[in-house]
Design a protein around this ligand. Structure first.
Ligand code: PMV
Length: 326
């Protein structure tokens, strides 16, 4: 099935009529069990289910209107870079009414494409804003099916707090949606350690495709991801922080191991990423319950509980601390 057919099938369920302006915010999310590998590239269907935590007020705000002459895309107040604008226009083609163009103004309060998942909040905010503009009246679950086509991880950014994206089994991808978990973990904190804001050379799609095609270690990934997903759900339900942190960190390192075993090899880490990881391990040896996760980029996201916030700040004075449930 082509993605246009998928969209047309979903749009049959749409209700209202288009307005003149749509606006929405979506949070960034950090995967604790990573999405890594596509089983269907056309429909962006994942090999494995994934689980994430959204970052509260950190994310993307998008305003969308119709435009008469051409698409006009702005990122953080300036005309967007060509590659970014083209990616959005291609996505908007899926929803474009005959002869119309869009004006999109999008603002991130997180760095773009430095592994802080801004494409996730970006596409989630865009589909929510489109829903507002077009008057579709879709549920978050339906919107997650559409956001998934822009960027897989965007499916999870439709929700605050914990979210899961079901891999699904159907060839048409209608069961590959995300949903929010009702679990609230008030004293959980995420710390962002920014190593670099430089745009990465290898995007996540290219990275996961190369890994799936060439890495011998990727064979063990689907089973590990399933196991980590189940463990994380158990740890979240029980608020078992050591189990939660260990599983998230192990899942991230396993994902990075699959990439390093790809050919040509792929490593998103910078020397500073490694020294930060070692600092976390040393702190843990000294009994601090501190863990990290990393996506397709050099930055670390720390996981800890509020009781350890002062100690984490002492160790990492530049850390940006987020309360995901605020
Ligand atoms: O959503 P994409 O296509 O940018 O891929 C995201 C991949 C990871 O960030 C590495 C993992 C994840 O689940 O977010």
């Amino acid at each position: 099935m082509k993605r246009q057919e998928f969209v047309d099938q979903l749009l049959k369920r749409a209700k209202g009529t288009p307005g003149t302006r749509g606006e929405a915010f979506a949070p960034a999310n950090i995967a604790l069990c990573k999405y890594w590998g596509k089983r269907n590239a056309e429909l962006n269907l994942p090999v494995n289910s994934s689980l994430s935590i959204s970052l509260g007020k950190l994310g993307t705000r998008t305003i969308i209107k119709f435009s008469k002459t051409s698409d006009r895309i702005f990122l953080n107040g300036k005309p967007a870079p060509k590659a970014f604008a083209e990616r959005l226009s291609t996505y908007l083609d899926l929803f474009r009414p005959e002869g119309l163009f869009f004006e999109v103004r999008t603002k991130n309060n997180i760095p773009t494409a430095a592994g802080l998942a801004s494409s996730a909040s970006g596409f989630a905010a865009l589909v929510k804003a489109l829903d507002d503009l077009m008057g579709w009246g879709f549920t978050p679950r339906e919107l997650s099916l559409l956001a998934r086509l822009g960027s897989g991880s965007a499916a999870r950014s439709l929700y605050d707090g914990f979210a899961v994206w079901h891999a699904g089994q159907r060839p048409d991808g209608m069961d590959s949606y995300a949903e929010g978990l009702s679990n609230v973990w008030d004293d959980l904190r995420v710390g962002i350690l920014e190593v670099s804001r430089v745009r990465k050379k290898t995007g996540s799609t290219e990275g996961m495709n190369r890994t799936r095609e060439t890495s011998e270690l990727y064979r063990s990934w689907p089973a590990q991801a399933q196991c980590d997903y189940d463990e994380l759900r158990t740890a979240i339900a029980a608020k078992d922080f050591p189990m939660f942190g260990k599983t998230a960190e192990n899942n991230a390192l396993a994902m990075h191991a699959t990439m390093m075993a790809a050919w040509p090899p792929l490593c998103y880490w910078k020397p500073q990423s490694v020294s930060l990881m070692q600092k976390v391990w040393k702190a843990r040896e000294a009994e601090l319950e501190l863990y990290f996760t990393m996506d397709a980029g050099p930055n670390l996201k720390l996981l800890f509980l509020t009781g350890d916030q002062a100690a984490v700040r002492r160790l990492f004075p530049k850390v940006q601390i987020v309360n995901p449930f605020l």
